[in-house]
Design a protein around this ligand. Structure first.
Ligand SMILES: [Zn+2]
Length: 431
């Protein structure tokens, strides 16, 4: 009877943690909290390493991990269970996670084994695994309880008691998939960064069991192993492990954002209005030289328009009437190496003055072709202009830039990919 009553208390406690966790999830639409838990600390050194002990390696990696998140995600709150070498009881760790309504709890540890040849990373999610191997790890990571003063805080969780198992299943199932996903990302990233992975495992850890959030316990490797222990004590080793954790976090966060987006969509979105009568392009380059669409000088930008004005060529990237898109295009062009790029404003349907007109230069040859030559790919009313010993061939004659772009497209569709816009005075090329 007494046993049954305790189990009911456990059930209620689980449900309370579960629902308070869920509530906070619904309330904090855009806020994400990660609780990073460096294992051990203070009088509890954790595993003894060949170079450095567990408590110090995991603190170092945890602080780096949190810092990297803070630098890259303004919408993420990073909470540490400890930031210094202090002793923390296990219940305090999960209490910190639950109090902060964590969206993800990551407990970071290092492994050790009597067999010094054992090595590799592994990530645990809560589960009722009874394999000897995982039992050993959880026994070691849970053993800190024996160092704590207040052992009665830990109600006995008996995997053989059906009621406790039901309570546990309810508790665990809500976060099982998310925990498993994150665990898998972590191990994948470790492998991608050259580590050896022992995979994702399930075990009964106290820090995972009472956590009302997706929770994993990461073992960075065996510090009892000469190679791995030395590696994890180095700057490079710690940085690589941190990078892996961060990349796993990025995937998890992306998924979280995708899932929470429908809530944001409930708000009517403001649709940006186009700027009336104007078109923006990014002028990236002015040159005496004419470059083809795949020339290295264009730094990989595609769809670049070329306009010859007098004896220079102007190169334009992008085409939009949205202010936000214009700014993005400019930023992108600058990132691509065009530091002097600027926004060129075109007034729609603005007509050229007097006799001026736009034409499309699509061919240059020392040969003189007849009107409607097969070489023209079906383009009609082609104008030939002699320049030095070359014959330049032009298609179309329009007053506005918009019309010229249509002619340019026609020429490009007929196979003249390097065609470009040129300004004329009557039938005379402006030079
Ligand atoms: Zn540990």
């Amino acid at each position: 009877m007494r046993l049954l009553r305790i189990n009911k208390q456990i059930l209620l406690a689980f449900l309370f943690i579960l629902f308070s966790g869920m509530n906070s999830f619904a309330q904090s639409k855009q806020n994400f909290t990660i609780v990073i838990d460096p294992g051990h600390g203070g009088k509890d050194s954790g595993a003894r390493g060949v170079v450095e002990d567990e408590k110090s390696i995991v603190l170092d990696v945890s602080l780096r991990f949190g810092k990297m998140i803070e630098q890259n995600y303004k919408d993420v709150k990073v909470v540490y269970t400890r930031k210094t070498d202090v002793f923390l009881e296990l219940w305090e760790r999960t209490q910190i996670a639950n109090r902060n309504h964590a969206n993800l709890f990551v407990s970071i540890h290092c492994n050790a084994a009597n067999n010094r040849s054992a090595y590799g990373t592994e990530t645990f999610v809560m589960g009722l695994s009874r394999s000897q191997e995982t039992m050993d790890v959880s026994k070691r990571e849970n053993s800190v309880i024996l160092l704590e003063d207040n052992q009665e805080k830990y109600q006995k969780f008996d995997p053989n008691d059906p009621e406790a198992v039901i309570a546990f299943d309810i508790m665990f199932s809500a976060y099982k998939d998310q925990s498993l996903n994150f665990a898998k990302y972590v191990e994948d990233e470790f492998v991608r960064n050259g580590r050896s992975s022992r995979g994702v495992k399930q075990a009964n850890f106290h820090v995972l069991r009472t956590n009302a959030s997706p929770a994993v316990l990461v073992e960075l490797g065996f510090i009892s192993n000469q190679d791995e222990g030395s590696y994890l004590a180095t700057e490079q080793g710690k940085q690589k492990m941190t990078q892996s954790l961060f990349e796993a976090f990025e995937k998890f966060k992306k998924e979280f954002d995708r899932k929470t987006r429908p809530q944001e969509d409930e708000k009517p979105k403001e649709v940006e209005k186009p700027v009336a009568g104007k078109t923006y392009k990014i002028q990236i380059l002015v040159s005496k030289n004419k470059y083809g669409p795949s020339a290295t000088q264009l730094n990989g930008l595609t769809g670049v328009e070329v306009v010859q004005v007098g004896d220079v060529y102007k190169y334009y990237y992008g085409n939009t009437n949205l202010a936000s898109e214009r700014d993005e295009l400019l930023a992108y062009a600058k990132r691509k190496g065009f530091k002097d790029a600027f926004v060129a404003e075109f007034v729609n349907n603005e007509k050229l003055q007097g006799n001026q007109n736009y034409r499309i230069q699509f061919l240059a040859s020392n040969k003189r072709y007849r009107d409607r030559d097969n070489k023209f790919g079906g383009l009609k009313n082609v104008l030939r202009v002699k320049k030095g010993n070359m014959n330049l061939y032009f298609y179309g004659s329009t007053k506005t830039y918009e019309e010229a772009l249509k002619d340019l497209k026609t020429a490009q569709d007929r196979g003249f990919k390097s065609a470009f816009i040129v300004t004329f005075e009557g039938e005379k090329l402006i030079e």
